[in-house]
Design a protein around this ligand. Structure first.
Ligand code: CA2
Length: 149
């Protein structure tokens, strides 16, 4: 049997996590997050694949490649959350569960961060729990997959 694949997509500047602005985004690095997701995924029977890009088109390509291949998708679109109709349109083509995640509570921040183009096509949203939100997102997406069956 093929293992269940969960894709995790990290948007622009998240490669800088743990290295700049720790007061907002914490001290955990992206490599730490990906490692923890891998370990948790393995213990729950899922292969977690992570991808980070600073380029909108590359994120759209990655979402298109997820079509029919992955069982669930977790995405922190970072700044593209608030600007990208292209990422929203790509996500809308998927039929698997999608969880949108933000390290910070975007609703407690500047007004321009309050609107997300992605939320309308996500099955769930996690925000404001820092790096811990990623493990919450993985558990949530796996539950959604299990409940759909
Ligand atoms: O809270 C989140 O996870 C965000 O998606 C992060 C984005 C921001 O534009 C969203 O409004 C909310 C920014 C990611 C930038 O990441 C950095 C990490 C370390 C240092 C500087 C930026």
């Amino acid at each position: 049997m093929k293992p269940m694949v969960i894709d995790v997509i990290h948007g622009p500047n998240l490669n800088m996590l743990g290295r700049r602005e720790p007061e907002i985004y914490g001290t955990t690095t992206l490599a730490d997050i990906d490692r923890e997701l891998n370990t948790l995924g393995a213990s729950l029977g899922a292969d977690v694949e992570s991808f980070q890009s600073n380029a909108e088109g590359e994120i759209v390509d990655r979402i298109q490649e997820a079509y029919g291949r992955v069982s669930g998708l977790i995405i922190n679109p970072a700044a593209y959350t608030h600007t990208s109709v292209a990422i929203r349109d790509a996500l809308a083509m998927l039929s698997c569960p999608i969880v949108e995640i933000h390290l910070s509570n975007i609703h407690k921040r500047e007004p321009f961060r309050h609107h997300s183009y992605v939320s309308g096509v996500a099955d769930g949203i996690i925000a404001g729990f820092g790096a811990r939100g990623y493990t919450m997102a993985l558990e949530a997406v796996l539950e959604m997959i299990r409940d759909k069956k």
